[in-house]
Design a protein around this ligand. Sequence first.
Ligand code: 13P
Length: 255
Amino acid sequence: MSQRRPFIGGNWKMNTDHASAVELAEQVIAGLQDHADSGDVVLCPPYPYLDLVGRTILSSPVALGAQDVSPEASGAFTGEVSASMLLDVGARWTLVGHSERRHGLGESDALVGRKLARALQSGLKVVLCCGETQEERASGKTDEVNRRQLEIALEGLEPAALDAMVIAYEPVWAIGTGLTPSLEDAEAAHLAIRSVLGSLYDDQFAASVRIVYGGSMKPTNVAQFISSPEIDGGLIGGASLKAEDFLAICREILA
Ligand code: 13P
């Protein structure tokens, strides 16, 4: 396990409803009472339930996060949700650049960069996601893809603005598939990402940034991932929808 403060995000994606969102949030906070301040735990429900889940976890150490944010401040952008609206309903974090948005919805690296800048400027903390597809990995482009995604997203941002950023390395082919990279491959990707940060900024800054792993992280494989000093926690999809599984992952990481 690393020396950096652990980070765990539960990305509920387009799941839950009014009742199950509250129930899941209640179970998570009840199960984390003994781990109050050993790391950051963030729940990212769908937009319609942000306020509700925010109220449910209000006096707990668990924080509220959104799954996406608009690159615009306000105005005529139908369907978009601004950073200030997210802050207004109690969100402190947002994901940016999740692969389901990059690949499923065609978000460009540049758009991800605009979202990152807007969110940070507005005072939201950000989990910036990056990762390669199966095809890119097979053709040896993993590090190149992560480098490109990060360089474009971080363009023009000073290290001081990036205190509030966590990077999630999420290989696209591992998301929701039950497949995972070997510990060596995951560690190599994390090291390569850290070296991109070192080349864009400096080694001291690079060493301070939390980089978490995402993609089919489960209670059964979490210990292996976090045995690496390079892996600072996890961004959890499917397993965050079952309180028991999410709590097992949290306990392992926060232990
Ligand atoms: P799974 O844990 O379902 O693979 O999803 C990972 C993810 O996309 C988290 O953002």
